[in-house]
Design a protein around this ligand. Structure first.
Ligand code: TXA
Ligand code: MG
Length: 345
């Protein structure tokens, strides 16, 4: 369907599927979501089953207007109101006290609920048509890279979805930023489409605390603050090696590993920036580009991991990028997909 002007008849049908407890996969500006009526415990249970998602990993509830917020959040502190006014609709998810109307299972039993207003005409029209807030995790099978086009959803979820709305590739490519605003300073739980720099512009440099797991991607032991962050994620079947360090050292290390693999007759995939591919692509069996700048890396990341994986390479080598702007979110996903990080130099 047309992403800018969705067909009202199709949207009405999709809204009806949600209203009667069905599952609708739909595009947002970040990635495709797997939607269900957030207020219906049976529909929420179907989402977990369809994804194979652990029951202790809470869902994000999507709303289409600010007026709907009090329906899902028990309290909306001034800080949250400010952020919502600045960044909604957009890729910022706010963690707030959960209203009684939201079933505990949607939030994995937590007293909080994650809420966002997506910046996509299809998503907004769908939520309006459903007449209820829509719980939607990324529409991938649990543990797989998030879907940035409808084909990825079909590949992962197939018949488990009642309806799939195809509006082409998503604009941003990494998921929303998850920010806990139940305390001040706010806590950044997952870097995403709204950058840390943008948040700091509004909240001041001391206004955001970055939760350690948000940067490293290495799970801590004990109860997780952002439950989703403790799971292996975004991982293709082939082992992923993430090379970080000074650019020239990274290129040299990648070149050496690719030469080695070649002499052993091993098929290795390379995911790297355009400039690095210009040098090294001929050494790899399969290559995918992260483009020239962080926003491009974000849009290409998940599709590239899926593409390399589907070509049956024995391993995937990835060139790390700078962790500024959207690069922070990209590196968070890469660290969580990686079997090992190789510090070059
Ligand atoms: O961009 C996005 O956010 C996409 C689109 C579809 O909106 N959705 C998405 O959902 O990425 P999902 O389920 O794949 O990731 C939700 C993340 C998980 O890391 C989860 O642990 C965290 O949000 N989360 C949800 N509710 C939470 C809560 N109450 N407290 C802390 N973290 C929460
Ligand atoms: Mg996900």
């Amino acid at each position: 369907m047309d992403p800018a002007a969705p067909d009202p008849a199709v949207i009405a049908r999709a809204g009806a599927v949600l209203a009667r407890g069905g599952l609708v996969a739909f595009p947002t500006e970040t990635v495709y979501g797997l939607g269900a009526n957030a207020l219906d415990p049976a529909a929420v249970a179907r989402v977990f089953a369809a994804k194979g998602r652990p029951a202790d990993n809470p869902l994000i509830v999507h709303v289409a207007t600010l007026e709907e917020l009090p329906r899902v959040a028990g309290e909306v502190p001034p800080l949250a109101q400010r952020l919502a006014r600045r960044f909604w609709p957009g890729p910022l998810t706010l963690v707030l006290p959960r209203a009684a109307a939201v079933p505990a299972a949607a939030s994995a039993g937590l007293a909080t609920v994650a809420v966002r207003m997506p910046d996509h005409p299809v998503a907004l029209a769908l939520i309006h048509a459903a007449g209820v807030p829509v719980a939607a995790p990324s529409a991938n099978r649990s543990g797989r890279p998030s879907p940035t086009c409808a084909g990825h959803v079909a590949e992962d979820l197939g018949d488990a979805v009642d309806l799939l709305l195809d509006a082409g590739p998503t604009r941003i490519g990494v998921e929303s930023t998850v920010l806990d605003v139940t305390e001040d300073p706010a806590v950044l739980l997952r870097p995403g489409g709204v950058t840390l720099e943008e948040l700091e512009e509004v909240l001041g440099p001391g206004g955001v605390r970055v939760w350690p797991e948000a940067g490293a991607g290495t799970p801590e032991s004990g109860p997780a603050r952002s439950p989703g962050m403790k799971y292996v994620h975004y991982a293709p079947a082939a082992p992923v090696y993430l090379y970080t360090g000074e650019r020239a050292a990274v290129r040299a290390a990648l070149a050496a590993t690719l030469h080695d693999a070649r002499s052993r007759g091993e098929r290795v995939g390379l995911l790297a920036t355009e400039a690095t591919l210009a040098e090294l692509a001929p050494l790899a069996s399969e290559a995918e580009s992260l483009g020239r700048e962080p926003a491009e890396a974000a849009t290409r990341l998940f599709a590239s991991l899926r593409a390399l994986d589907s070509r049956g390479v024995a391993s995937i080598l990835v060139e790390g990028i700078a962790e500024t702007g959207l690069g922070f979110a990209v590196m968070n996903r890469l660290r969580r997909a990686a079997t090992r990080e190789v510090a070059a130099g």
